[in-house]
Design a protein around this ligand. Sequence first.
Ligand SMILES: *Cc1c(COP(=O)(O)O)cnc(C)c1O
Length: 385
Amino acid sequence: MSEIKNIDKNFVANTYARFPVQIVSGKGSLCYDETGFEYIDLGTGIGVTAFGFCDDEWNRAVSEQLGKVQHTSNLYYTEPCAVLAQKLCQRTGFSKVFFANSGAEANECAIKVARKYGSQKSENCYNIVTLVNSFHGRTLTTLSATGQDKFHELFKPLTEGFRHAVANDKKSLENAIDDTVCAVMIEGVQGEGGVIALDKEFVEFAREITAKNDILLIFDEVQTGNGRTGYLYSYEYFGVKPDLFTTAKGLGGGLPIGACVMNEKTQNMLGYGDHGSTFGGNPVCCAGAISVIDRINDQLLSEVREKSKYIFDQLSNAEGVESVSGLGLMIGIKTVKPAKEVLEICRSNGVLCLTAKDKIRLLPALNIPLQALKKAVEVIKNACK
Ligand SMILES: *Cc1c(COP(=O)(O)O)cnc(C)c1O
């Protein structure tokens, strides 16, 4: 094992089961380990490097800002923060943005907005309904929101005020709602839960029942956002508009940023002093995010959908593949062999994939060249056999 791997094992907290690969450089959808071995990357740092490694345009945007001012705190105005918020609002029709540094923090903000909204109705209106098998983050409160018991066991007591309904089960959602509920929070496609898209009918029902009861609908677009599903945000695919949504991962193209985006109804929920973040809205991260958002246009989104169709067509009936799920370039593959085994075969043949539950998960760069994608799909096909 290389020296770096040893140092890491000795000094970095044991929270990650890393693959025995040290990535030393990359360009676009290709990257290289310490021996110079080349990989096609279909994981993008878990849906983060939206345009791949060291993309020229993104690099330029970030480096330019880095040469001007790297941080000011939120005591001062900076152009990238203001312009990014404006772009997000103009592209979505939403009204205001709070910037955080991660998905979990963006969700914490949405949860605070929902709680404050509820508190204006009644003292007991603070419950938030999330879905079984959801994933909303690792802070104690977003962990409580996460509908998977395996994450809860060792960390009780959890934050109060979360209930879990069964995904795609209208009755279950309806039963979870009463006058103590201030919000329903969903992922359009459950990512960590196994790359499972919600049914359109269920999402429409969630929109109807929340609107009818004056309850907020929150979309967690941390993983599904920023072009990942073939739409700028996945709620567009479902044909609904939430009251607020959160995003992170791909937004910064590789730098840490999260956002909680609020509509007319929720924009003024948080006032002076209600929330804050030292790094939130960092100008370098925002400059990177502006370059990402500016490139997610109709042309790119249609390419994402075409590449998605290519993957579905190639793998749906392939030998050793049970099913393919997901939306856009957020894809889950249920394989006959254990996913870990398929992942290992892919890796030794120069393709980096992810897993989600018992599936292979693919989150390639939004602009992955078709040639690299074809090559990688062949490797996956062979690994599944
Ligand atoms: C990754 C993820 C989060 C947590 O984001 P972090 O940046 O790791 O805090 C929250 N929600 C969803 C849907 C995610 O996929």
